[in-house]
Write a protein that binds this ligand. Sequence first.
Ligand code: GUN
Ligand code: ZN
Length: 434
Amino acid sequence: MSLTRKAYRAAILHSIADPAVVGIEASYEYFEDGLLVTESGQISAIGHACELLASLPADIQVTHYQDALITPGFIDTHIHLPQTGMVGAYGEQLLDWLNTYTFPCESQFANKAHAEEVAGIFIKELLRNGTTTALVFGSVHPQSVDSFFEAARTLDLRMIAGKVMMDRNAPDYLTDTAESSYVDSKALIERWHGKGRLHYAVTPRFAPTSTPEQLTLAGQLLSEYPDLYMQTHISENLQEVEWVKELFPDRKGYLDVYDHYKLLGERSVFAHGVHLCDDECARLAETGSAIAFCPTSNFFLGSGLFNLPMAEKHNLNVGLGTDIGGGTSFSLLQTLNEAYKAMQLQGARLSPFKSLYLATLGGARALRLEDKIGTLQPGTDADFLVLDYNATPLLGYRLKQAKSIAETLFVLMTLGDDRTVLQTYAAGNLVHQR
Ligand code: GUN
Ligand code: ZN
């Protein structure tokens, strides 16, 4: 944590509300020549540089960026750490993809040294891409989560993770039992939940790989500790949806399985939701649950198109997920590029300000952390990015033609990627420099 006051001068942009609720103009704040002031790991002031500088001591350290934009750190509401080594696996849709590529890759985390190595690679990749908070699936092995949290704690990152619970319909080498998953998850919660900026997420993989007994115990864990998260997958692929109906014939549908086991709530995040019906969206909204919209994964695995307008109609919380390794990029800028296309294919529009919202404040709201991250409001964590308008020759040339911050933002999201992220700050500390 940085105790001294520091100031950063550049163009500054952040979301302050959902454009779907307040309209585009009231959804953001933009300072063409802005100043962001940090102190003790938090943001202490934001405003126009000329006004704010006048109120600060003359000797304050100011870092001045040209052709750059300061934004909040990005928030990835769905990603798998143990799939880092299998991004871009050819040819299959969800269920065959899991059996052919995913389960063998995740089995390597039985080895603690492997888990530590990948945790380091994974966190570096998040920060290179400007992601300062992520909701992370580990593997079934507790050490996948220990290694991740140890590395995240060293950098004082705000991160959420959980060990996968999976006691059926997966290879023997990768399953736990209802009982062991409960005991192992509980030990991880005791060790990590609430330590520094870390939080634990109870993580049943998805309904097909958990017995009713395991789902019951997942619900029990949620009732035993305050403010725990719950993450799982839902209605991603049509074959998967049919399989869930066969496995749980007494339930009304996929969401009702999770509802029955008391897994819905304000800190519950369901990945995908591509094939949800209107009633299920209403129930998610009613319980304060959130969806992680994962467009690069939905395209790559041929899963379908997420209906964002339907979610907006229900005022459902939606964040953005990369879903590495079903997804193909750690970059939330690239994820927004694909989100835009997913909307185009449905005859809908994704405005650049809604996109910014999804990658920042929308994600924070999905995680109930909007008082700590997702904006640059004073009093929140100093997790922010410096984006470079000249990251590539084409980006630099294209942005010189831009006539508004809306156009600049849209081009950043269409052409931008990890190269665009010049610096990443977490709790006021520089944690990535391109
Ligand atoms: N459903 C169950 N497990 C997974 C996974 O690892 N990735 C994706 N995309 N969907 C899943
Ligand atoms: Zn996933």
